[in-house]
Design a protein around this ligand. Sequence first.
Ligand SMILES: N[C@@H](CCC(=O)N[C@@H](CS)C(=O)NCC(=O)O)C(=O)O
Length: 201
Amino acid sequence: MKLIGSLTSPYVRKVRIVLAEKRIGYDFEVDSPWDAENHVSHHNPLGKIPVLILDDGSSLFDSRVIVEYLDSVNPVSRLIPEPNRHRITVKRWEALADGICDAAAAVFLERRRVAAEQSPDWISRQLTKVTQGLAGAARELGDRKWCDGNAYTLADVALGCTLGYLAFRFPEIEWRTTSPNLAELSDKLEKRAPFMETAPK
Ligand SMILES: N[C@@H](CCC(=O)N[C@@H](CS)C(=O)NCC(=O)O)C(=O)O
């Protein structure tokens, strides 16, 4: 199988970490919808990354569909628990983490427009989602070892990718000081080989 994505996208990083945790081999094609000559829309009509191309030539998107597929193809290191209550808890964490990224990415893109076209109200609305999302994540993590309690799951992968993206693109957002429990979780995750190998650059 082949993964199409960039080296900075937090959604692509989530998929790469899941592939590594599950020891699934794949080819990685670096491509980005923001590059003039990109081919992303040949595989995803929405023109977004990540896209996973399966051996039969069919494609999977978006990251949540891809990671669910990957977790089901082999039993190594299950990242989405089977009991329904845990499964929904983990998927909710993923939605929260991805939602923070969606808002942060919207700000990043808005700030790339020429100054006269930027909307301060839009930026402020999205930044509120980021800070409220982080506060919600910190509150729900509390003093737990991992997001879903005692087991490392996709929830931790998703939240780790979000925190890594914020550290990379928004160093001015001080989530480390306001939420020491998120900082502790992030530091623990970034020491894992799959995280170290995929750090955004
Ligand atoms: N919900 C999607 C989000 C994917 C996404 O927004 N990817 C960005 C890169 S970080 C992208 O491809 N943006 C291109 C565009 O919006 O045109 C997922 O989880 O895969």
